[in-house]
Design a protein around this ligand. Structure first.
Ligand SMILES: [Zn+2]
Length: 389
């Protein structure tokens, strides 16, 4: 049995249209009224930040915009956002967007406290200065759970995918407003929603699992499993969008405690190898490793199957666990997620390099936390299988 300590760092506010109350949130949380809103150019084009900026200004809050976050964010984006926070003397940073915008906002809030660049803190090489400003996250996707986690992922100037962590990195408030997620196109709804399902599965099956993680994970798997395909087919279905928002947040709470596993090790390696979208990369990775993982902990995989909606008809628990794997693969296939990586220019000739990256220092925590230990030859086999599609 794993001992643990649990305290949710992030306050969660959920509701249709909840983001309209952002000015009150800032006043409650922050010492002053100066904010920097961090978002990406795609959302600016869709007009998503405008009502939030307006609500801030209507409420007497000074709002500066940093909208240059690219997908798979670079350390440069974090440094730019941190510079704006310093220049404006901001009291609060608001991350609006998917995992990339939220991660930049979260890390910039800490990087702004000193003059070092973001890379100085990669892989916990150096400690941050204590956090001096508040952070609020408003996700526009339902995937990473970055709105409630203390970890960020970014690329170095050498294109290496690394992570940053600090106990202070967890946001002070997460505002879940499902109306902000309906503009997300089906292929991204699929990739981000599957990322969230993988989070919940890997946290509850992982080596650090405990009762808190089970509580978060199984409810996350249930909500995400029942609503993912509905949201893919009916983007404006607010009930389904709400389920995905809650499921992704709960899965974020689960990985905050429990970490992830082999699918994230492989997914991050795939992100380094071919700049594949994070959610798609981990969805593909679990698609190929789910069956291999089951034998390490059959009972938990049987419970995952139940949460995914597989009927328990008295079959033995191994059969039930395997039916869960089939259900997961069905979700991936029916969501329209593309399994082949050929259009990214990847083929089996990249397999050895792919397997090497899986074994790198930055991917060790995920590999080591997985319920089943992997040998080098097994990692090479996964690389071959994934690149053969
Ligand atoms: Zn993930």
């Amino acid at each position: 049995m794993n001992g643990f300590e649990f305290q949710a760092i992030t306050k969660v506010a959920f509701g249709e249209g909840r983001s309209k109350q952002i000015a009150e949130d800032v006043k409650r949380l922050c010492r002053g009224v100066r904010t920097v809103l961090v978002t990406d150019p795609g959302l600016v084009q869709l007009g998503v930040p405008e009502p939030i900026l307006q609500a801030l200004r209507d409420g007497g809050i000074e709002a500066h915009l940093f909208s240059d976050v690219q997908s798979d964010p670079s350390s440069t984006s974090i440094d730019q956002a941190a510079a704006i926070i310093r220049q404006t003397g901001a009291d609060c940073v608001i991350g609006l967007g998917g995992g990339s915008a939220m991660d930049v906002a979260k890390m910039a809030a800490l990087v702004a406290g000193a003059e070092h660049p973001a890379e100085h803190y990669a892989l916990m090489a150096n400690p941050f200065e204590p956090k001096r400003i508040a952070s609020i996250m408003i996700p526009t996707t339902s995937g990473t759970g970055a709105e409630v986690t203390s970890t960020v992922v970014f690329s170095t100037t050498e294109k290496r995918k690394v992570w940053g962590w600090d106990a202070d990195m967890g946001p002070d408030l997460a505002v879940l407003d499902p109306t902000l997620t309906i503009a997300l196109p089906p292929h991204l709804t699929a990739a981000t929603g599957l990322d969230a399902i993988v989070h919940a599965i890997e946290a509850v099956a992982g080596k650090r699992s405990n009762s808190m993680i089970s509580a978060f994970s199984f409810e996350a798997i249930r909500l995400l499993g029942q609503s993912l395909l509905i949201a893919v087919k009916e983007p404006a279905n607010l009930q389904a969008r709400g389920d995905l928002s809650l499921g992704a947040m709960l899965a974020g709470m689960a990985i905050e405690q429990g970490g992830t596993g082999i699918a994230h090790c492989i997914g991050h390696a795939l992100g380094t190898l071919g700049r594949v979208h994070h959610g798609r990369a981990v969805a593909i990775a679990l698609y190929e490793t789910y069956d291999w993982n089951i034998e390490a902990n059959v009972p938990v995989h049987a419970d995952i199957a139940r949460a995914l909606g597989v009927a328990d008809q008295g079959q033995n628990i191994l059969a039930l666990a395997q039916a869960g794997a089939s259900r997961y693969r069905e979700l991936v296939e029916q969501s329209g997620l593309k399994l082949s990586l050929q259009s990214e220019g990847l083929s089996q000739t990249d397999a050895m390099r792919f397997a090497d990256i899986m074994q790198s220092e930055e991917n060790a925590p995920m590999r080591n936390n997985n319920c089943r230990s992997s040998s080098v030859s097994e990692l090479e086999q996964f690389a071959q299988t994934i690149l053969s599609r």
